[in-house]
Design a protein around this ligand. Structure first.
Ligand SMILES: [Zn+2]
Length: 258
């Protein structure tokens, strides 16, 4: 009974944070202030959105995805971000219980959701998000007494990806990866350690390659070979899988080698 209450509460809390993440995803890559104005407004007509039209998930459904004032459609992304953040909050609670660790785990998920949707739309990963994640990752690891693994994770994660980027640029003359991805892996490594960083790179690359090949195949008729996908969302996905199931993955993998 108590657990059910906390699951529902953490979901609702997550959707509220998701609503805030929508603001971050809209404003950060456009160079706008996150805090000012404090209210939300419709991107089409600029109308201030009333509090009762700004209830996570519910308002989107009530208004059928349209602005009450100008009736222009609000992207499904707004609903999706709130839903994913709500689910991420529940997973964070189930992993950590009522503990300071919840804040760190949920912060990781929140930053990854913001990175995913910003990278999908703008092909950038804002430094502010990577920096916040990096600092939080170091702090979290210090509190959990595994700071050495965290530092190793930073070097393995960022170093490995930097090496790939360098190789691509040097030998193929193309900028295959952005420095945003490299900085992102420093953040992931700080949180997840060296094994988590490697898992994120390999699993993220694998899923990215599969999606990339499928995408290139589907879009072949139009612009051949020009199909490009950002890497950040795949890294984000793989890292969140590891965040929640890393203990089992590591045990299974390292156990199998002995
Ligand atoms: Zn409007």
């Amino acid at each position: 009974m108590e657990k059910t209450f906390f699951i529902v509460a953490s979901f609702i809390f997550g959707t509220i944070i998701g609503s805030f993440l929508n603001v971050v995803i809209y404003r950060l890559p456009r160079g706008k202030s996150i805090g000012k104005p404090a209210f939300s407004f419709c991107p089409s007509c600029g109308n201030r959105i009333k509090w009762y039209d700004n209830i996570p998930l519910v308002s989107y459904l009530v208004l059928k995805g349209k602005c009450r004032n100008c009736k222009s459609s609000i992207g499904f992304r707004y609903f999706l971000v709130e839903l994913l953040t709500g689910i991420g909050s529940v997973f964070s609670y189930l992993k950590t219980g009522i503990s300071y660790e919840y804040l760190f785990v949920f912060l990781f998920v929140g930053i990854m959701i913001a990175i995913t949707f910003i990278d999908l739309e703008f092909r950038i990963i804002p430094d502010q998000l990577n920096f916040l994640g990096f600092i939080a990752g170091i702090a979290y690891s210090s509190l959990k007494m595994n700071i050495l693994d965290s530092i190793a994770g930073v070097f393995v994660g960022a170093g490995f990806l930097w090496g790939i980027a360098y190789f691509y640029l040097r030998f193929r003359g193309i900028e295959g990866l952005g420095m945003g991805d490299v900085k992102m892996m420093a953040f992931v490594g700080a949180y997840l350690g060296w094994f988590g960083a490697l898992f994120t790179i390999f699993v993220g690359s694998f899923i990215g390659a599969v999606v990339g090949i499928l995408g290139a195949y589907i879009s072949k008729s139009e612009d051949k070979g020009k199909f490009e996908i950002p890497f950040g969302p795949f890294l984000a996905f793989a890292s969140v899988i590891y965040l929640f199931f890393g203990e089992y993955i590591k045990e299974w993998y390292l156990g199998g080698m002995m």
